[in-house]
Design a protein around this ligand. Structure first.
Ligand code: HEM
Length: 442
């Protein structure tokens, strides 16, 4: 008979009420007790798994029904049958449609648009001098998503989308924290209804327009028109909602933390700027900077290591299962934390240090196996990872080229709502044009 995972010392657990104080610290402390540790969360037994091989097994080998958790159940009315929650037999054909359009190569068609939007945004920043990085990048990434994935100008409803996304996030966070009551349900229903108005408008517009565009929505409409039963009108709505919710805040947070960290790391920022200016002087087009200046990508990858936008992933054990020599009982909620894994000193030397060169070609072999999971793993790995990496790298490149950011006030306090990491409040920075590029942003 296999032993159950060791239970977290009740004294430690009591001193660290989960999600009331600092959930990331809480998860880190749970992990310090062992690689597979049980803890009580309200009425619920949860198990945190922190051994890289066991984590890999959970994410890649567990059946897809393991994705059904209290969190996905809470989000289901909003996300419907979009990719994140879809299961067989529909998941595979739907995933293929999205994935084909978001491969490493395919997303390069969006680079020019992202560059144009970012340059326009940076011009606005220079006029303002001081701004809230998190809010500004939230707007920019939403505009990028509209122009690229949706082929639509989101200008008219950016504010509505930002508000409804925030409201839905608050409600889903409540589900993670085990307090999804009638009030939270009503709030989520309201946010869903508001989001639906925008999404139905986008979809309806697309259904009457010619669908020859290169954006993802056009591709989804063509899939619907193909007559394949995996694609229906309600699927189109669900996938559109899913793309907005999955593809916006994650990238906004990544770019916020990358740029804020660079503001504290002037040597790395200066090195990056020099490499970018050299590339432009060699005739590299701005849209190529993410590919031609590897440090840009390494800054983003290191940011995702230290600040994974989804710091905890959840699965349910669908049957009694052995994990790392322990018995996990059917029905247990299993938590895997990219945040914990990516700061584990057993895998990452000096884990707290921001060191983008960890991801450089020369050191790639030193990267630990299965201990870097900002996009998850296995067949359900993030479908937008190439898009997110390209967008984040281009934003970091262009903002670093054109501006010198100075962090003002206290460092942002990071909060893990349970589903997403974010700064608790504004992330104020002072903006100046860089000396080398003054006047370059015309
Ligand atoms: C830095 C930005 C992003 C991060 C860190 C991120 C992270 C993740 C993670 C960890 C998962 C897997 C969740 C799990 O296994 O439980 C996921 C799934 C997914 N993400 Fe992302 N994501 C990002 C951006 C995007 C973007 C930009 C899009 C779309 C445009 C997107 C679309 C998706 C989809 C469709 C899935 C579900 C895939 C499936 O189940 O087949 N994500 N993401």
């Amino acid at each position: 008979m296999l032993p159950a995972p060791p239970r977290l010392d009740p004294v430690v657990a009591a001193a660290l009420p989960p999600y009331a104080g600092d959930p990331l610290r809480f998860l880190t402390q749970v992990a310090a007790e062992g690689d597979v540790v049980g803890y009580r969360f309200g009425e619920e037994e949860r198990v945190l798994v922190s051994d890289p091989a066991a984590v890999h097994e959970v994410l890649t080998a567990w059946p897809e029904e393991s994705r059904w958790t209290p969190i996905t159940r809470a989000a289901a009315p909003m996300l419907g049958d979009g990719l994140i929650l879809a299961v067989a037999p529909n998941w595979r054909p739907r995933r293929l449609v999205v994935q084909r359009e978001l491969t490493y190569r395919a997303v390069r068609r969006f680079a020019e648009t992202i560059v144009g939007n970012t340059e326009r945004t940076v011009r606005g920043w220079l006029a303002e001098e001081r701004l809230d990085l998190q809010a500004a990048l939230g707007r920019l990434t939403l505009v990028n998503l509209g122009d690229t994935v949706f082929g639509s100008d989101f200008d008219d409803f950016t504010d509505t989308l930002l508000q409804t996304l925030r409201a839905s996030q608050v409600a889903i966070d409540a589900a993670v924290a085990g307090r999804f009551d009638a009030g939270e349900r009503a709030a989520l229903d309201r946010a869903t209804a508001e989001l639906d108005v925008v999404v139905q408008r986008l979809v309806a517009q697309r259904l009457v327009e010619p669908t020859t565009g290169e954006d993802l929505l056009a591709v989804l409409v063509r899939a619907l028109e193909s007559g394949d039963p995996a694609f229906s009108r309600s699927w189109l709505r669900d996938e559109a909602v899913m793309l907005i919710t999955a593809g916006h805040e994650t990238t906004a947070f990544t770019t916020t933390m990358a740029l804020h960290t660079l503001a504290h790391e002037p040597d790395t920022a200066a090195r990056l700027r020099t490499e970018l200016v050299d590339a432009l002087d060699r005739g590299v087009a701005p849209a190529q900077l993410a590919d031609e200046v590897p440090l840009t990508r390494h800054v983003v990858q290191e940011t995702l290591r230290l600040f994974p936008p989804l710091p905890a992933l959840h699965r349910t054990a669908v049957a009694d299962v052995e994990l790392d020599g322990h018995l996990i009982e059917a029905g247990t909620l299993v938590v895997v934390s990219p945040y914990v894994l990516q700061r584990d000193p057993r895998s990452w030397p000096v884990p707290e240090r921001f060191d983008p060169d960890r991801f450089s070609e020369g050191r790639r072999r030193e990267l630990p196996r299965h201990a870097y999971l900002p996009f998850g793993a296995g067949s359900r790995i993030c479908a937008g990872n190439h898009f997110a990496l390209l967008e984040a790298a281009l934003i970091v490149a262009l903002v670093t080229l054109e501006t010198d950011l100075e962090a003002v006030g206290h460092p942002p306090r990071l909060v893990d709502s349970g589903t997403a990491l974010r700064a608790d409040g504004p992330v104020p920075v002072r903006v100046r044009a860089t000396a080398s590029r003054e006047g370059a942003v015309a």
